[in-house]
Ligand binder design. Structure first.
Ligand SMILES: [Zn+2]
Length: 134
């Protein structure tokens, strides 16, 4: 007996709010891509707040186009450090770093490649807002 993995087909329908074509479940998918690693960062007692871009509340239009931002509040700084996220992968890198992992998976064209996390140290410094101001 052979079972093929069945992926649900993409279903597009006009959004009831903004009438743009929306993909069913896309809004929740994008939000969870950010919220899952965010939770892991917060679990490490980092005071991080996700700044979600303006978007249509029904279909999430705008979530894909606009950049998410992250605020981190450090106890010894008066103001939170804000960084712009390129994608949810940035949060995943931070979560890996905080949980003491030294490898991450680089995704290229659908394939995952196991890479040392130290390759991303520059990006991690930017993300944690510890880059020296020149
Ligand atoms: Zn919409």
């Amino acid at each position: 007996m052979c079972y093929a993995i069945h992926f649900p087909e993409k279903v597009e329908m006009p959004c009831p709010e903004c009438t743009r074509a929306m993909e069913v479940g896309e809004r929740d998918k994008i939000l969870s891509e950010y919220n899952v690693p965010l939770k892991r960062i917060q679990d490490q007692e980092v005071d991080a707040t996700l700044i979600i871009p303006e978007h249509c509340p029904e279909c999430g239009f705008g979530l894909k186009e606009a950049k998410f931002q992250l605020d981190i509040k450090y106890p010894d700084l008066p103001d939170p450090v804000r960084v712009e996220l390129e994608s949810h992968r940035d949060l995943e890198l931070m979560a890996l770093f905080l949980t003491g992992k030294d490898r991450y998976t680089e995704r290229k064209g659908g394939n995952g490649q196991d890479m040392p996390l130290k390759d991303k140290v520059d990006r991690l410094q930017e993300l944690f807002g510890v880059v020296e101001v020149k």
